[in-house]
Ligand binder design. Structure first.
Ligand code: F6P
Length: 547
């Protein structure tokens, strides 16, 4: 519900967009570019080292005026201020949403419940810098006096995806030969693989968990602790080989991690927004405190841009509105994230959690069932791999899949002409998606008539292109912040609470109930539906058999 007391679909601005959609839905990008030859420049914005070209969208100037009107109508500016200034906008959990404070540069206080959160943030950041420098320099010693050679981050979701993605993205900035592993899955294979060839004397575990109760993380952490104790002879060794990143001090203590090795954060940092907090420690060890700070500066630049820039030149607002246009008017079901950089291989997975856990909601902030579409399915792969897998559907399938293409002017790993070839593909794909190939053009190529239909590309497939000079810590910070705020914009428009994740609970509760039932040594009293009962019985019958 908006300040006007109306649902979003009842707003005049929404209705105008619906009408405008009917008028524009069949207009082709080809025609739009013919009518407006300057589109490529007119529909582009440069900010925080990122260049956004959104001209290959099925929009006109009128579309943008109407979309921008919608942003005003839902009080986006005021709601943005609510977030930045610590109002408890996570209404279902009664929490503020202050991840932007984690990377704030200004000396101004950020008040939460009357207290400035900035000194606490700076204190933890300072300790992280000190700790990561000691580990990188070899000053931090394992139990037997050897420096750390392998860091294993144990966490899941927001306590894994960010640092795992960023460690890969910024590998060329590492300046250390410490090896990094990220263990998230409760499947024992994940931890076992990370420990293959590991020397317990030089391995450091970072247990990252906001709650310190997550089943996957605690199971992995306990197995890691046993592995360490078995090799190094007891609990004493844990002190030198375990660090915790958590808001739950009592639980960390219970686990046996030295309080000096605990880096805290706060319940106003959502898991999926937590990389700039203590959760980023493994990344800071990987790239060094200076690069980590650079990344924070990149985040901050985008935060300030989002907070202050006019909506018409505001990158997160533009991306958010364009997403609404396809999601709610063209009824697109998904949105592809296509980074043309191998270092960003995990970026789509990272954004999957950020976006789908935030906006995958069916009720509004006040608990009313929505009658409009909310968050899209986010997916993607790095270019050019996707081209040889799912781009067929993007080009010729029956579904409309808006996509963000992300590319860089310079490679982190220049090698012959690889980068130019990569980027030639990058530019070619958005051109092909937008403009396609007509049957006349196919015939002109001398294609036999029976194949013409198969070789036609209808085009009119919308894309955003995001370019930056290079993928570095600062660019990465800005890029992440761009998407965080894009998600925020969309959540405001849909009227959902983007900061809880209650949809993950039910499965967790049922898994706890099922766990003892999987023990074939215990009697099984079927208490589920016939499908689940049968499946559990099948598992019990087969889990002990030799392969
Ligand atoms: O998947 C649900 C979730 O709560 C995420 O929001 C969170 O990032 C993840 O689990 C891990 O939680 P924790 O950091 O508390 O272990």
């Amino acid at each position: 519900m908006n300040r006007s007391g109306k649902k979003v679909i009842e707003l005049e601005e929404w209705k105008k967009l619906a009408k405008h959609y009917q008028a524009i839905r069949d207009t082709s990008l080809k025609d739009l570019f013919l009518q407006e030859p300057g589109r490529g420049v007119d529909f582009s914005v440069n900010a925080c080292g990122l260049y956004l070209d959104y001209s290959k969208n099925r929009i006109t100037g009128d579309t943008m005026t109407l979309l921008l009107g919608l942003a005003e109508a839902v009080d986006l500016r005021a709601k943005t201020e609510d977030m930045f200034t610590g109002r408890k906008i996570n209404c279902t959990e009664g929490r503020a949403v202050l991840h932007t404070a984690l990377r704030r540069k200004s000396d101004d206080p950020v008040l939460f419940d009357g207290e400035d959160v900035m000194p606490g943030i700076r204190q933890v950041l300072g300790r992280m810098k000190e700790c990561s420098s000691r580990i990188r320099s070899g000053e931090w010693k394992g139990y037997t006096g050897k420096p750390i050679r392998r860091v294993v981050n144990i966490g899941i979701g927001g306590s894994d995806l960010g640092p795992a993605m960023a460690c890969q993205a910024l590998r060329p900035f590492a300046g250390t030969d410490i090896d990094f592993f990220f263990v998230s899955n409760i499947d024992g294979t994940h931890l076992s693989e990370a420990l293959k060839g590991a020397d317990p004397e030089t391995t450091l575990f970072i247990v990252a968990s906001k709650t310190f109760t997550t089943q996957e993380t605690m199971t992995n952490a306990e197995s890691a602790r046993s592995w360490l104790e078995d090799s190094l002879g007891g609990r004493e060794a844990v002190r030198n080989h375990f660090i915790a990143l958590s808001t739950n001090e009592p639980k960390v203590k219970e686990f046996g991690i030295d309080p000096e090795n605990v880096f805290g954060f706060w319940d106003w940092v959502g898991g999926r927004y937590s990389m700039p907090s203590a959760i980023g420690l493994s990344l800071m060890i990987a790239v060094g405190p200076e690069n980590f700070q650079e990344m924070l500066d990149g985040y901050t630049a985008m935060d300030e841009h989002f907070r202050n820039e006019d909506f018409s030149r505001n990158l997160p607002v533009l991306l958010g509105l364009l997403g609404i246009w396809y999601n709610n008017f063209f009824e697109a079901e998904s949105h592809a994230i296509l980074p043309y950089d191998q270092c960003l291989a995990r970026f789509p997975a990272y954004l999957q959690q950020a976006d789908m856990e935030s906006n995958g909601k069916s009720v509004t902030r006040d608990g009313q069932k929505v009658s409009w579409q909310t968050g899209p399915i986010i997916w993607g792969e790095p270019g050019t791999n996707g081209q040889h897998a799912f781009y067929q559907l993007l080009h010729q399938g029956t579904k409309l899949v808006p996509a963000d293409f992300i590319g860089f002017a310079r490679s982190q790993n220049p090698l012959g002409d690889h980068h130019r070839k990569l980027m030639a593909n990058f530019f070619a794909q958005t051109e092909a998606l937008a403009f396609g190939k007509t049957s006349e053009e196919v015939r002109e190529e001398g294609i036999p008539e029976e194949l013409v239909a198969h070789k036609v590309f209808e085009g009119n497939r919308p894309t955003n292109t995001i370019l930056a000079e290079e993928l570095n810590p600062r660019t990465l910070g800005s890029l992440i912040s761009l998407y965080e705020h894009k998600i925020f914009v969309q959540g405001v428009i849909w009227g959902v609470n983007s900061f809880d994740q209650m949809g993950v609970e039910l499965g967790k509760v049922l898994a706890k109930k099922i766990l003892p039932e999987l023990d074939p040594g215990e009697e099984f009293r079927p208490g589920h539906d016939s499908s689940t009962n049968n499946l559990i019985s099948w598992f019990r019958d087969n889990c002990r058999k030799e392969a």
